[in-house]
Design a protein around this ligand. Sequence first.
Ligand SMILES: [Zn+2]
Ligand SMILES: [Zn+2]
Ligand SMILES: [Zn+2]
Length: 365
Amino acid sequence: MTSNRDYKIGDIINVDTPFVHVLNLDQKNQYCDYCFSKCFELKKCNECKQMYYCGKTCQRKDWKKHKLECRIFRENFPIIQKDLDRFLLRLYLYIENNPDSLCERRKFHDDNPDSSRCFTDLMTHRPQIEMDAIRTNVFQSLFARFESLNQIQLNRDKLFECFCRLCINSFTITNCELNEIGSGLYLAESQMDHSCIPNAAPVFNGHRVVIRAIKTIKSGQPITINYVDMKQSTNIRQKKLVKQYYFTCKCNQCESNDSIDYERLGHLITKMDDAIDTNNWIEAYEMGIKTMPMFEKIYGDCHPDLTVQMIRMLKLHLQLIPDNNGQIDAEISKEIQQVKQAIERTNLYDDELYKIFVSIINDIQ
Ligand SMILES: [Zn+2]
Ligand SMILES: [Zn+2]
Ligand SMILES: [Zn+2]
């Protein structure tokens, strides 16, 4: 996918809703199953009692897809207790029952009809997946579970085709703090190639994906995102890309001998998380401080992962300074400005991370 114009850091390249999406089972009853907003009073689907919505509007919007699985959930929910099963079942039933959906097109650049994609345009990598023992086993056992659901007529070949497209094209949907909450298939966005030094990044606002420029992008340049976690060594990243997407990355980061000690970084992050879990703010902050030069080396000036780490550090820093009767010293106010700028570049004003930031700031005033 190449850019059709120049973008500067923080520019929104595209906003889109998923073709099909599912909330992870471990997030049920915390987020609305349709819009993925966090909500404390969710209403269950009366029929299957397995779907939770923030209101009638979301329930109605989801019904076109949910009505196809509702009866299956009602009678067989114990069989479909895997996130991938629910995602694939939902996709399969939707396209089987709505053949027109196969022609539903989504544009990447609003002003460029050539940037549009429909479901059948998505790559399958079918020959590679057929040769992949792990994935074919996953599919075999999934198919066996689906066959035991006697309410649906299955076309094995079509189901496998859907499975392939999900393996290659689905996005992990995260909440504002980048914790995994679900999966989605975004037709136009799946055209973006991978780079270990990407110039764009997706952030999720509920179930909507927002693609933002995290580097300056010139017209005609490819728009890239990272498919795998950039905090892993070149060797691990490359292995994952081959295993999951069947290509060898040849980006500058992979070709260069970078000096980042990824193992130490992983260690520090684990220690920081453990310290936060046990309310040991001093330890958490000390570990975090050591991660920052490596975060900056990996992510450069701007990336959602960096933003989240910066906000975590700000929160810890504020917890550690003594209460100065509401007086904020120069160092802290500089840090607040930097975090604010980072959020503005990677997130949206109305999203949850901004609200978290505002509540942190309000606490000290
Ligand atoms: Zn909702
Ligand atoms: Zn239902
Ligand atoms: Zn690479």
